[in-house]
Structures are given as structure tokens and as C-alpha cells.
Design a protein around this ligand. Structure first.
Ligand SMILES: Cc1cc2nc3c(=O)[nH]c(=O)nc-3n(C[C@H](O)[C@H](O)[C@H](O)COP(=O)(O)O)c2cc1C
Length: 187
């Protein structure tokens, strides 16, 4: 069973709604168990449990929220270096397009890389001129179909990479999937 943790902080539910979509996408792959947890609910045992992690934060002043940073800063330091090799990806909601979602994604990726995660982004297009190369992003709540699909695809890809790289499932590799990944590329 591939174990996926979707971990998020959200002040006003926008990132939470993204997290729910990421979890929905992660569940699309068979033999996958998904835990959806806010940072208020999760602790280091959830980090130990998972094979793959999707991490989400609102964009606050172009960076991760202080609550998310605090959660990581308070992880037992003796666990650092003992979680290497898990698969990671990220997502963020800001108030507006261009509000700094990708900066937040980079900050979240930086945390995961430091903690020993192997991280990835999407090459897929989930809409015209719309991708999630550094993670799934939203302006406010994920209302648009292209945003929702990017969240789901991020979660699904997390399950695929995790099943492939951690559990050796060749058929789960993204290049062995039959769904359309680049329908809107070049439009
Ligand atoms: C302290 C604070 C800082 C913020 N900084 C930014 C920002 O840098 N760029 C932006 O576009 N929106 C900013 N916002 C707006 C939030 O990112 C936005 O409302 C987001 O959708 C909130 O997600 P949430 O509902 O998961 O908390 C900020 C909001 C707060 C409370």
C-alpha cells in the first residue's frame, strides 16, 4: 500500500480546499492510502508514516505562513536525516495571480529538500497557458476547473511517483499512464 500524507495550513480554507483536491487526486491510483491532515492535527508520527507528502501553505508576504514554518521548526531534531528518500511536492494559494504562490512553493520545496525529500513538479498542462511546474497554485479558493485539475493531478502524480520509486511499481510510472497530459500545450 502506498501511503500518502497531504499536510496543509490554512487560515480561511482556500489552501484546505486545494488539499482536499490533492487528496482526491492521490486516491485515484489503486492501492493508495491517503491521510489528509492540517498542521493542527498532524505530528511527527504522520511524517514517519508516509511514503509521499504533499505540503500546502497560504502565501503570506510571498512566503510560507509562520504557522507552517513553526510546525517544521518544532519537529524533533533527532528525526532529521532519518526520513530521507520520501517523495514530496507542494501547493499554495495567494490572494491574486502573481501574488507570490511560486515563491511560497519554492520555500516549501526548500523545507522538503532540507529534510531529505525527493521533490518534483508537474510537466502537465491542466488548462490553456496553465501549468503547475513548481507545484499547484491558486488565486483565492480553487474555483476554476484548471486549478482544480492541477491540484488533482499533483496528488495523482505524487501517488504515481511514490508507488514507482518506493514500491517498485513499474506500471505506476507517469509515462505509463493513459490519461491526457498535454491537451492544452501550445494553445
Ligand atoms: C498575513 C497575510 C499575508 C498575505 N500575503 C499575501 C501575499 O504576499 N500575496 C498574496 O497574493 N496574498 C497574500 N495574502 C492573501 C492570502 O494568501 C490568500 O487570502 C490565500 O488565499 C489564503 O489562503 P487560506 O484561505 O488557505 O488561508 C496574505 C494574507 C495574509 C493574512
Amino acid at each position: 500500500m502506498t501511503k500518502i500524507l497531504v499536510l496543509y495550513h490554512s487560515n480561511t480554507t482556500n489552501t484546505q480546499r486545494m488539499a482536499e483536491l490533492v487528496a482526491e487526486g492521490a486516491q485515484q491510483l489503486d492501492e493508495t492510502e491517503v491521510r489528509l491532515r492540517s498542521i493542527e492535527e498532524a505530528d511527527h508520527a504522520d511524517l514517519e508514516w508516509c511514503d509521499g507528502l504533499a505540503l500546502g501553505s497560504p502565501t503570506n508576504y510571498g512566503c510560507v505562513s509562520w504557522q507552517m514554518k513553526r510546525w517544521w521548526d518544532q519537529q524533533p531534531i533527532e528525526n532529521w536525516g532519518k526520513r530521507d528518500g520520501k517523495i514530496g511536492c507542494v501547493f499554495s494559494s495567494a490572494g491574486a495571480w502573481g501574488g507570490g504562490q511560486e515563491w511560497t512553493c519554492m520555500a516549501l520545496l526548500s523545507i522538503l529538500i532540507n529534510y531529505g525529500f525527493l521533490v518534483f513538479g508537474l510537466t502537465d498542462y491542466s488548462g490553456i497557458k496553465f501549468s503547475a511546474h513548481y507545484g499547484a497554485i491558486s488565486a483565492g479558493a480553487p474555483e476554476e476547473e484548471r486549478v482544480q485539475e492541477a491540484c488533482r493531478r499533483l496528488g495523482r502524480r505524487l501517488s504515481e511517483w511514490t508507488a514507482n520509486m518506493i514500491h517498485g511499481r513499474t506500471e505506476a510510472h507517469p509515462l505509463n499512464q493513459s490519461y491526457e497530459r498535454f491537451k492544452d500545450l501550445g494553445k
